[in-house]
Ligand binder design. Structure first.
Ligand code: BTN
Length: 269
C-alpha cells in the first residue's frame, strides 16, 4: 500500500454499506467530526449511517477530555452516525465493536500487528496509533444518536507529534515503513465496521467479546489504571460483557473498572 493519496478523492470509490457509509460527507476542515455528525443528525431524519470525514480538525477531542492532534494531509479523522436500538446496545459495547473492526481492517490491509488496549486504543508495538470516541445524544422528541468517532495516525511522521506524547505515540506508516493509502484504509475500516456492527445487532455480543479478547494486548498484563482521582495497580484479568476491565489488585481483591487510562507496565520505556 505505497503512494501517498490525498483525501480530496471521489468518495464514491469508498465502501458504501447497508448500515454504514450510505452517504459519505467529506469536509476539508471541521471542529470535530463528532460535532458535525450530531449537527447533521439534528437536521436530517435519515441521518444514521452517514459518515463524516475531515481532512483536519481544529478541536479534535479524545477520551477523558483530551485533545486529539488532527493536522491535515496525513491521518484519518471520521465519525459514523448510528442510531443503536436502546437500551440493548450500550456505548461501551459499540466501542468494543469499533476497536475490533479497526484492528481487523488495519491487520488485513497492511499486515501490521495492531492490537487493542482496553478499552479502545489502537496500539502498535506498545505505542498508540489510534483511538475511538463514542458519544451519545438523546432528546425527548428524537431517536437517540451515537457518534462513533475514529482517529487513526496514518502517515504522520514521528517528529510531528508534540514532544509530550512522542514517546508513546506512533503512526501506521512509521511501523509499516512506507506511506499508506488513506482512502483504501478508510474503505476497509468502514467495511469492517459494517460487519462487526451487524454481529452486534444480531445479538451476538459474545462472539464480539471473544474477538476483542483475541486482538487485545491488555489481558494478562501487569497494568496501572489512572482513574479520575486515583491510580490502581494490578493484573488485567478479564473483560465483562458490558465492557468493564476486571483488575486483580495487589491485595488480591478484584475490581471492575469502567473508565480510565491503562498503562501496560511492560510497554514503559
Ligand atoms: C481517544 O483515544 O482518546 C479517542 C480519540 C478519538 C479521535 C476521533 S478523530 C474523529 C472524531 N472526532 C473527534 O473530535 N474525536 C474523534
Amino acid at each position: 500500500m505505497t503512494g501517498k493519496m490525498h483525501l480530496t478523492i471521489a468518495t464514491d470509490n469508498i465502501f458504501h454499506g447497508e448500515l454504514i457509509g450510505r452517504e459519505i460527507i467529506y469536509m476539508p476542515s471541521a471542529t470535530s467530526t463528532n460535532d458535525k455528525a450530531f449537527e447533521i443528525g439534528r437536521q436530517r431524519q435519515n441521518a444514521p449511517g452517514i459518515v463524516i470525514i475531515a481532512e483536519q480538525q481544529t478541536q479534535g477531542r479524545g477520551r477523558l477530555g483530551r485533545r486529539w492532534i488532527s493536522p491535515p494531509g496525513v491521518n484519518l479523522y471520521f465519525t459514523v452516525l448510528l442510531s443503536p436500538p436502546v437500551p440493548a446496545l450500550e456505548v461501551s459495547v459499540i466501542t468494543l465493536a469499533a476497536a475490533v473492526a479497526v484492528v481487523t481492517a488495519v491487520r488485513v490491509t497492511t499486515g501490521i500487528h495492531a492490537e487493542i488496549k482496553w478499552p479502545n486504543d489502537i496500539i502498535i508495538g506498545g505505542k498508540k496509533a489510534g483511538g475511538i470516541l463514542v458519544e451519545m445524544r438523546s432528546s425527548a422528541d428524537r431517536i437517540p444518536l451515537a457518534a462513533l468517532g475514529i482517529g487513526l495516525n496514518v502517515n504522520m511522521h514521528p517528529d510531528e507529534f508534540p514532544p509530550e506524547i512522542r514517546g508513546v505515540s506512533t503512526s501506521l506508516s512509521a511501523e509499516y515503513g512506507a506511506s499508506i493509502d488513506r482512502a483504501a484504509l478508510l474503505g476497509a475500516v468502514l467495511e469492517s465496521l459494517e460487519n462487526f456492527y451487524k454481529i452486534l445487532l444480531n445479538g451476538n455480543k459474545g462472539a464480539l467479546i471473544q474477538e476483542w479478547r483475541r486482538l487485545n494486548c491488555t489481558l494478562g498484563e501487569e497494568i496501572a489504571v489512572q482513574m479520575q482521582e486515583a491510580v490502581i495497580y494490578g493484573v488485567a484479568e478479564e473483560i465483562t460483557d458490558d465492557g468493564a476491565l476486571c483488575v486483580r489488585l495487589r491485595s488480591g481483591a478484584v475490581t471492575n473498572v469502567y473508565a480510565g487510562d491503562v498503562t501496560v507496565m511492560n510497554d514503559l520505556p
